[in-house]
Design a protein around this ligand. Structure first.
Ligand code: DC
Length: 228
């Protein structure tokens, strides 16, 4: 039997990480771990509790008592905060902006690191985020860094939001992405960056399935080079 791999996909927002990770995990019958959903779940709780997200000490306190869990069903993985399934509540622009801010806080990262690592312990997982190949799974079997031109990423994000019934201006969406990329890449702790051993893929001119096919090809190369 082939080894069930741990596959890391990092990159900026709108680079196509979610479609790639979902598609790849389906084709390989692996679990799909959307790590951004955990940061979003934490942000949702902060907004819901009317906590000022810029007050680090209050967010730190919340980290000590909040329970964030990933639940696995036959068809998908949901995110639960203190006993509530928040999976459908964490995609709003407010949650997005807050998640980027609080992801720079050490206590938040520490809290969520253990959830992610516990989920991926057994292998057979495709995890996507910003620091998967560098911090969460530094020994992943295969690492990808996915990127695309900012204008294309802005268009994709706009379509995503529209499909969820969220109307936002195209140029504002692109500006927000750039601001978020800057914050995610410049924070001192676990910044968004390519792991040295990650394979770069530019998805600007690629369809989602083409990205998945490139990744599947790398999986096949890896598996054929290793004894099963
Ligand atoms: O992937 P996303 O857009 O759902 O992520 C939301 C925010 O969460 C992102 O701006 C930064 C943070 N994040 C992170 O710091 N590390 C990760 N592994 C995943 C997300």
């Amino acid at each position: 039997m082939k080894k069930r791999l741990t596959i890391a996909i990092d990159g900026p927002a709108g680079a196509g990480k979610s479609s790639a990770a979902k598609g790849l995990s389906e084709q390989l019958a692996y679990l799909y771990l959307d790590t951004g959903a955990l940061y979003r779940a934490m942000a949702w709780k902060i907004l819901e509790g009317k906590i000022d997200p810029s007050e680090v000490s209050k967010v730190d306190l919340l980290c000590q008592c909040i329970e964030i869990k990933l639940a696995l069903s036959e068809t998908h993985i949901s995110v639960w905060v203190d006993g509530k399934d928040v999976s459908s509540l964490i995609r709003s622009p407010e949650v997005t902006a807050t998640s980027s801010l609080i992801s720079s806080y050490p206590d938040v990262r520490e809290k969520l690191l253990s959830v992610q690592q516990a989920f991926g312990r057994e292998g057979g997982v495709v995890a996507e985020g910003r620091d998967i190949g560098t911090v969460v799974f530094p020994n992943a079997d295969l690492k990808f860094f996915l990127d695309a031109d900012i204008s294309v990423r802005g268009e994709r994000r706009q379509k995503d939001l529209l499909s969820q019934g969220i109307e936002v201006d195209q140029s504002k969406t692109t500006d927000d992405l750039e601001v978020r990329d800057r914050k995610d890449s410049r924070r001192p702790l676990s910044p968004l960056k390519k792991a040295e051993d990650a394979i770069s893929i530019d998805s600007t001119n690629l369809k989602p399935q083409e990205v998945i096919d490139l990744m599947l090809n790398e999986v096949a190369i890896l598996q054929s080079s290793r004894p099963s």
